[in-house]
Design a protein. Structure first.
Length: 347
């Protein structure tokens, strides 16, 4: 049986396409390793891990006693957690996006009257050898921006994510999406809180030390979904070549890997971090949950383990390999066997 996993709205989750895309990126890392140099060992390790990424997916399966509806939740997997891995990037964005919605909703519940504003800051596109320096400068500029009086007066909390796109070969477009939670009086002209788009541009240019007016976008937001972006878009370094499947641009992968290594691409203000902690959220790189995130009334009935079955080097499908009892039942079974009782769960 092949994997069928859908969202609550019925949309099919793209496990197979993401796995196939990861199999397109991994050879680029292996080629970089083959070329040698100080990064060769790291490239080889990442390439090999990406080849094996997501070859095993374990789902908790639950049923609603009242409606008979059945749902799956991923509870274990062998993800590589690579920054440029399409599988892991997709999972990471899904998780951070869901988490951001919960954290912001709780913050607004605790702080009545806060509204959402999306601020996107950027600058002139650097060349490949300038990307790392540009990202360093933008991070330093953002730290300075948060110390400005206008920011402190209006902003209650913030969430920031770094995104890098490639508009053309050898050139990159780094920018920051910053979700601001501002006082409800922010848009009321009777209060000295509002910051216009030209003023945001002036502040950003000053904090970055730019001698030109940068492009800055600011708009009111109704939902948090637009704040979470991929740190890179896979189509900037990955292309479909028919019989060859997905193929990554080796040089672009190398530039992005070196520039993004060790960077905190997602950041929360202290106020949101405190809410996040209260909600029991884990580190951003945790790509699976405990399988207990089902709606009320759902009971876990069993677990299903799917394995990647390759048809070619870069194509394949997920097939059911094992059906296991619920985690609690399995743990009880193991404990009883160790104790020599011979216990087996019913059913």
């Amino acid at each position: 049986m092949e994997l069928q996993d859908r969202t609550s709205t019925g949309k099919v989750r793209p496990w197979v396409p993401r796995k196939e895309q990861s199999l397109g990126v991994a050879p680029a890392y292996l080629e970089l390793a083959r070329r040698g140099g100080p990064w060769a060992e790291e490239y080889a390790r990442i390439g090999e891990a990406m080849m094996a990424c997501g070859t095993s997916l374990e789902f908790a399966c639950a049923c609603c006693a009242e409606t008979g509806d059945r749902q799956k939740r991923l509870c274990a997997a062998n993800f590589c957690r690579g920054r440029l891995c399409p599988m892991c990037n997709w999972r990471r964005v899904q998780r951070v996006g869901n988490e951001l919605g919960q954290v912001v909703a709780e913050f607004q519940r605790r702080n009545d009257g806060s509204v959402l504003v999306m601020l996107t800051v950027t600058e002139r596109n650097p060349r490949d050898w300038q990307l790392s320096e540009a990202l360093d400068g933008m991070s330093a500029g953002f730290a300075k921006l948060r110390k400005r009086k206008a920011w402190k007066r209006a902003v209650r909390a913030w969430f920031r994510i770094i995104e890098v796109t490639r508009p053309r070969p050898g050139e990159f477009h780094p920018h920051m999406h910053i979700l601001l939670l501002v006082d409800a009086r922010y848009f009321n002209k009777r209060h000295d809180l509002y910051i216009s788009q030209p003023e945001w541009a002036r502040l950003w240019a000053d904090c970055r030390g730019l001698d030109y007016a940068p492009v800055v976008d600011v708009r009111r937001m109704r939902r948090t979904s637009e704040a979470t972006k991929y740190c890179t878009k896979v189509m900037d370094y990955l292309s479909w070549r028919g019989a060859e499947g997905w193929v990554a641009d080796v040089d672009t992968v190398g530039v992005l890997h070196r520039a993004l290594k060790g960077r905190r691409l997602v950041a929360w203000s202290g106020e949101l971090a405190a809410v996040r902690k209260d909600l029991g959220k884990k580190d951003d790189d945790e790509l699976v949950d405990d399988g207990n995130g089902f709606p009320p009334g759902y009971e876990i009935t069993h677990r299903e383990v799917y394995y990647w079955s390759p048809a070619t080097l870069k194509r394949g499908r997920y097939v059911l390999g094992m059906v296991l009892p619920p985690k609690e039942g399995r743990e009880r079974e193991q404990e009883s066997e160790e104790a020599g009782s011979g216990y087996r769960p019913s059913g």
